[in-house]
Design a protein around this ligand. Structure first.
Ligand SMILES: Cc1ncc(C[n+]2csc(CCOP(=O)(O)OP(=O)(O)O)c2C)c(N)n1
Ligand SMILES: [Mg+2]
Length: 362
């Protein structure tokens, strides 16, 4: 018997607006001028908040945190495609999207200063809390999406963010498998920034793309220029439309770059070159969209100056609110570890409070 080809696969790459300003008008998602400005504004605000947090961390006013600079097109484009009652399930690198959903920046500042309020479920905004266990959010997202289907909540969906490194976790594969078998309305968005701390993508996987990993699970997939906000929006919108109409999950690989450190405790100059970083600064998603908006006549330098002033004021206000809070319980995280307090934990609480008193008296 001759060998027969029984299946063949391909992976598409979506780019609408490239770093040279080339724009594919046919593929353009045709957002209104107002929507384009909203999307751009969210990206600029995300960058402003991130850079402000970096300064605060360096001044000892904020704990260690993972910056989002460079990831704005992935996060904001995908979030912009969601509806208010869709759930967003992420990890730790989605701050600009959290702001877009209406969660105050103060919540993120609480989280990175070890305040329990930062870990509260942001149910009003349909946001799962920030969490750091790589890949663990994927099965949760599938469970949530399956529950939506099971309860007959037509037209709702879940968007789940994770990194290239997280795609090596077993949770990723289990989640994709269940999502496919159950045809759960979930969109998996891989923020492929090509590094998992100091581990480059080539040490993470031999696959040519992360997108293609969906093929084994019979899930539609696409690779997207993750620094092109028009493309990240369009790919997510298409996937959400499919999910809402009963078409099941999608895996979107968004290729981007973490322009600065993994977290504020990391020094990327130890493992990647300045040349590589420069190449990616040239693809920065924010100036790319800025020039495009100017070119199509919806933006100008005066509007830009006003926007910058505006987002700075908003971020300043959030920082002021956060830093003026004095009446909070610093040991609240200890209340939520076990239902019944344990002696060892109470000992740790006492030590924590005594260290805090010492540092306040220093
Ligand atoms: C299960 C698990 N293993 C290891 C870690 C330690 N860790 C934190 S971030 C990180 C790299 C993650 O890389 P990636 O998924 O690409 O996301 P990125 O930080 O690049 O956005 C590692 C190994 C962890 N948090 N959880
Ligand atoms: Mg990564």
């Amino acid at each position: 018997m001759p060998l027969k080809e029984i299946a063949s696969f391909n992976v598409k790459h979506l780019s609408i607006l490239d770093e040279n300003g080339q724009w594919d008008e046919d593929l353009d998602p045709k957002l209104s001028d107002d929507d384009l400005i909203k999307l751009y504004r969210a990206m600029v605000k995300g960058r402003e908040a991130d850079q402000r947090m970096l300064k605060m961390q360096r001044q000892g006013r904020l704990g260690t945190f993972p910056p989002t600079t460079g990831h704005e097109a992935v996060i904001c484009g995908a979030t912009f495609a969601t509806r208010d009652d869709d759930w967003l399930v992420g990890s730790y690198r989605e701050m600009p999207g959290r702001l877009m959903r209406g969660e105050p920046l103060e919540r993120t500042l609480h989280y990175y200063n070890g305040r329990e309020e930062g870990s509260a479920l942001s149910a009003a905004h349909h946001l799962m809390p920030i969490q750091v266990i790589l890949g663990s959010q994927l099965p949760h997202a599938v469970g949530m999406a399956y529950a939506m289907r099971y309860k007959g909540e037509q037209g709702r969906a879940v968007v789940c963010f994770f990194g290239d490194g997280a795609s090596s976790q077993g949770d990723f594969h289990e989640a994709l498998n269940f999502a496919s078998v159950w045809q759960a309305p979930v969109v998996f968005v891989c923020q492929n920034n090509q590094w998992a701390i100091s581990v480059p993508l080539a040490c993470q996987t031999r696959s040519q793309t992360i997108a293609q990993k969906a093929i084994a699970y019979q899930i539609p997939c696409i690779q997207v220029d993750g620094n092109d906000a028009l493309a990240t929006y369009k790919a997510t919108k298409d996937a959400l439309d499919r999910a809402r109409s009963g078409g099941g999950p999608t895996l979107i690989e968004m290729v981007t770059y973490r322009l600065i450190m993994h977290t504020t405790a990391d020094d990327p100059s130890k493992y990647r070159s300045a040349d590589e970083e420069k190449t990616w600064w040239d693809k920065d998603p924010i100036p790319r969209l800025f020039h495009h908006l100017k070119k199509i006549g919806v933006w100008d330098d005066q509007k830009q100056a006003l926007l910058e002033e505006d987002v700075k004021n908003e971020v300043n206000q959030a920082v002021k609110n956060f830093e003026s809070e004095v009446d909070f319980k610093p040991d609240a995280p200890f209340d939520h570890v076990f239902e019944t307090p344990s002696a060892a934990l109470e000992e740790q609480r006492a030590l924590f409070l005594s260290n805090l008193r010492d540092s306040n008296n220093a």
